[in-house]
Design a protein around this ligand. Sequence first.
Ligand SMILES: NC(=O)c1ccc[n+]([C@@H]2O[C@H](COP(=O)([O-])OP(=O)(O)OC[C@H]3O[C@@H](n4cnc5c(N)ncnc54)[C@H](OP(=O)(O)O)[C@@H]3O)[C@@H](O)[C@H]2O)c1
Length: 371
Amino acid sequence: MEAPSTLPTMVKDGHDEANERERDTREMRRAVDVAATVRTSTAPNPWVGCVILTTDGRRFEGATHPPGGPHAEAEALAAVRAAGADPAGSTAYVTLEPCSHLGRTPPCADALVDAKVGRVVVAVEDPDWKVAGQGLSRLRQAGIAVTTGVEAEAVTEQLLPYLTHRRTGRPFVVLKMAATLDGGTAAPDGDSRWITGPQARADVHRLRAESGAVLVGAGTVRADDPSLTVRDAPGPDPLRVVLGTAPPDAKVHPCLGVQGDLGAVLDQLGDRGILQLLVEGGATVAASFHHRGLVDRYVLYLAPAFFGGRDALGLFNGRGAATMADVWRGRFLAATTLGDDLRVDVAPSTSTPSTPSPGRTAPAGRGEESN
Ligand SMILES: NC(=O)c1ccc[n+]([C@@H]2O[C@H](COP(=O)([O-])OP(=O)(O)OC[C@H]3O[C@@H](n4cnc5c(N)ncnc54)[C@H](OP(=O)(O)O)[C@@H]3O)[C@@H](O)[C@H]2O)c1
């Protein structure tokens, strides 16, 4: 697609570095926005955006297609050619390092070299062992100027599920719970519908659509009989996973039943190419993931409500910290108002993603491509 551009003529003499940095930031932010449009359609491949500025100041854009289709760079180059423009000497802004290997599509680094692109700006390197710097090397060997690290923080946040999966072999784990302000997640009679309002619940459906798999405990299946599909947002249904055994007539079927060590469960899901796992409770399952340090992101939907006593089910079942020194602490990332409710995103204090089990390498999941 060609986008209208109000850009000045490209600076080529290198004297105006401040302008170049400003333009790099602006165009990479645009590439991030383009990547966001395909967030739910590319998995198990990464959602990548590309902007190409041709030497006559025109801007073209591309985003990764669903698996088997063109990657962002190929899509943007195709847009350049479709408009009769010349990619030679252009600058390409790509959120993730261009791939260097032959998958279901040809290597993007080669496509940029063949198009005689003059400069490539990349936000983050691809940790997938099939790429891991080789895409950048291929470009540099061909004499293309390469700049890395532009808007790296924003792109790292956008691609965290993919980056975590390629580094650890496991999905990025998001624990989502809805609670009253005094931390209640279900009434003493087991009912939890609904703690939050329709806007918060639609947001949960968006989270589901972004997740390759959604997991609940058998206790939640018995209490709520959830279907765990995506209904109030656009996007595909995730793989449904039940920890324990779901009754045969439960709405969650067909689902994957899993048991035992949670690290092994994450390894198993990573091997299936699941980049993000959404854990939706209940309190026993939440405690199990939390106490093992397996949660990469906590998403809490808080209603302006109180159970007002001690007998509601809390966020976590079982025993918690016994002393103040043992209290778990994280970082607030965001607080968003959704109708009458509040969504609070919290990350563990250390940004280290969940680590693979001992002796396990961190390969790419089978059958996926990287960018
Ligand atoms: N507010 C919210 O966001 C929210 C979300 C979900 C649920 N809920 C509410 O929470 C309640 C259910 O929570 P719950 O704590 O009773 O049940 P739960 O956490 O949903 O499920 C616990 C069950 O999971 C199975 N399990 C198997 N391996 C496990 C492991 N490694 N760790 C933990 N569990 C494992 C066990 O089932 P077996 O006994 O079959 O072995 C265990 O009893 C319901 O009232 C529901 O409405 C609220």
